[in-house]
Design a protein around this ligand. Structure first.
Ligand SMILES: *Cc1c(COP(=O)(O)O)cnc(C)c1O
Length: 371
């Protein structure tokens, strides 16, 4: 099966093979293996040894996002959430359910947040100490670029929280260049092409030390993950980890590094995206995002208005031909998304486009453009 979804992504057989063994996470061999992963994660985040640390947390992306918000935003304090997509709405919900006060900055869901709009919002909200952004909005494929928004946040004297889950390792960002950044979060199973089971945060040591004891949770306190490492070592765990997923992640990082790291992976995904974007247009679809705003992670198109169109039928037809697509959309207007990430290349995208053409013909969907 070819997974064309924005996570969990298609993985390589060497990565999946890491799941085949029983492992004791507290065994000294695994402790060394795990401890060695942590500085590599900091390096991928563009952090500095001695200034930044990686904080793995078993679970999914939403859990590590909640942990990041709890750890760095004190309870009852305001966080401005750039809310221009479905994942940003989820982040806002996580924050308010955790007792943080969300000040939403809404924007159209097919355009990245403009720095001048954010600057004005920060002027109008001097009591928002933090700004949370979704870097690659996986609902649509736009990029809220932390290289552009970070300096605005820094100039206003505020702190940045990045949900980098869907673009981490691909969208260029170096934590060391962004002292305003409290934390970047991501998971094992997106652009780094590991298996699901772990979330990660990378954060400055100085900020973790300043934010001890305010999470209002033990399980989701990143400062406690840090303190545990100081007390018990960088290869130790607080609780039972998804240990096979962690070993697989180590393998996935080795493959990432061998491929050439961030520039190489961005180049492969950009090529996937270009073939997908052009191919979907050639099939008659209307892109949800204009080319100048289209990121490398997913391509989203409007669902056709043709009376024969049905997303579930299309998705099942694609699955019967070996391609798994998302069966839902989180956009303001009905759309569907095609992932460009994972252990796939442009030949896989061409294969999927060919299957899409056949399924559309079988469904007799003549009109594929947006209304
Ligand atoms: C995938 C993703 C998440 C986390 O999803 P989980 O299902 O909780 O792992 C969060 N934010 C973005 C932008 C994502 O793409």
């Amino acid at each position: 099966m070819l997974l064309l979804i924005p996570g969990p992504v298609q993985t390589r057989p060497e990565v999946r093979a890491c799941m085949a063994e029983d492992i004791a996470p507290w065994d000294e061999d695994f402790i060394a293996e795990y401890a060695a992963m942590r500085p590599r994660i900091v390096q991928i985040a563009g952090g500095l040894a001695g200034q930044h640390v990686s904080l793995p947390l078993p679970g999914c992306g939403h859990m590590v996002i909640e942990a990041a918000i709890r750890t760095f935003v004190p309870a009852g304090e305001k966080v401005l959430v750039v809310r221009n997509g479905g994942y940003a709405e989820r982040l806002a919900r996580l924050a308010s359910a955790a007792g943080r006060v969300v000040v939403p900055l809404d924007g159209p869901d097919n355009v990245p947040m403009a720095p001048e709009i954010l600057a004005r919002a920060l002027e109008q909200n001097p009591d928002c100490g933090h700004v949370a952004i979704v870097v690659s909005e996986t609902g649509t494929g736009i990029i809220n670029d932390p290289e552009v928004l970070g300096p605005v946040i820094a100039a206003a004297g505020r702190r940045m929280i990045c949900d980098a889950v869907s673009g981490f390792g691909v969208v260029p960002f170096r934590m060391a260049d962004h002292p305003e950044c409290d934390v970047v979060v991501f998971t094992s199973n997106k652009c780094l092409e590991g298996l699901p089971g772990f979330g990660f945060a990378v954060a400055p040591i100085a900020r973790l030390e300043a934010c001890r004891g305010q999470a209002g949770s033990w399980a989701l306190d990143l400062a406690d993950v840090y303190d545990h490492a100081l007390r018990s070592g960088w290869g130790s765990f607080r609780f039972t980890p998804a240990v096979q997923a962690l070993r697989a992640f180590g393998k996935a990082m080795a493959i990432y590094e061998a491929e050439g790291g961030q520039p190489a992976r961005l180049a492969r995904y950009s090529r996937n995206r270009d073939v997908m974007y052009a191919g979907l247009q050639a099939l008659g679809f209307t892109p949800y995002v204009a080319p100048e705003f289209q990121g490398p992670i997913i391509v989203n198109v409007y669902q056709p208005v043709d009376p024969n169109w049905n997303l579930a039928t299309f998705q099942r037809g694609m699955k019967a031909r070996g391609v798994i697509l998302s069966d839902f959309s989180s956009t303001r207007k009905p759309s569907m998304r095609f992932g460009c990430i994972g252990a796939i290349g442009e030949e896989d995208i061409r294969f999927a486009l060919k299957q899409a053409e056949a399924v559309l013909e079988a469904m007799r969907v003549g009109t594929r453009a947006a209304a």
